[in-house]
Design a protein around this ligand. Structure first.
Ligand SMILES: C[S@@+](CC[C@H](N)C(=O)[O-])C[C@H]1O[C@@H](n2cnc3c(N)ncnc32)[C@H](O)[C@@H]1O
Length: 208
């Protein structure tokens, strides 16, 4: 497991308060009274917003103990004692399988991995990885739950990412409805001549 905390550029949107705020609010608006899994939580921004929005319980998973320690402080400062919290230091794919096998289910799952492809040569493997991780995320999603799933791989375009999530739904045997598409916001405008500058793709997906 990596102990490295991402640097500026790895999670560039963390340093972009306005677009990050919008994303966090979009996801948090679904959290009231619900249980949430914040997978690849980093310093817990999604979880903190969800707690403030009235989540019943939040579980954060990240492979960086430094990021999790910061998340703990973040939640204590921003949403003290507002709901049950659980901090899990683990590899997300392994932890998702463990949670699934234990029968744990969550009303809201956020999946915000690091980028899986840095160039076109890695595209096929990246799409396979997105499909696999989204499938197992769907397997821990409670009936009627919502998955907020992201890709920050510049080399993976929105249509390909959507297709990977659709395949994940088929593999998981779940009917998926895309209720909203999320993105990086106006702080990171997309250059018309450089479509890869649309680096952040997000989907809010509802399941039966
Ligand atoms: C894109 S950032 C997540 C940003 C976060 N959702 C936020 O709102 O600030 C990716 C995170 O994934 C973590 N990570 C990378 N590989 C991982 C793995 N295999 N299992 C668990 N966490 C991992 C990194 O430590 C980093 O915190």
């Amino acid at each position: 497991m990596s102990e490295r905390v991402p640097r500026l550029g790895d999670v560039v949107d963390d340093y972009c308060p306005r677009c990050r705020l919008l994303l966090n609010h979009d996801v948090a608006s679904l959290a009231k009274g619900r249980t949430m899994l914040d997978a690849f939580s980093h310093t817990g921004a999604f979880a903190a917003y969800a707690m403030r929005a009235g989540a019943r319980a939040v579980t954060l998973v990240d492979s960086s103990s430094a990021a999790l320690a910061a998340a703990r402080t973040n939640l204590e400062l921003n949403a003290p004692g507002q709901c049950e919290t659980e901090f899990v230091h683990d590899d997300v794919p392994a932890q998702l399988r463990k949670l699934r096998d234990e029968g744990r289910r969550f009303d809201l799952v956020v999946l915000d991995p690091p980028r899986f492809a840095t160039n076109r040569h890695q595209l096929d493997n990246a799409l396979r990885a997105y499909k696999d991780i989204n499938r197992v995320a769907l397997e821990v999603l409670a009936p009627g739950g919502t998955l907020a799933t992201f890709s920050c791989s510049q080399a993976v375009d929105a249509a390909s990412f959507t297709m990977a999530v659709a395949w994940a739904g088929l593999d998981a045997g779940r009917e998926l409805q895309i209720v909203r598409r999320l993105g990086q916001g106006s702080d990171h405008p997309v250059l018309a001549s450089f479509p890869e500058s649309e680096y952040l793709k997000g989907l809010l997906v509802r399941t039966a």
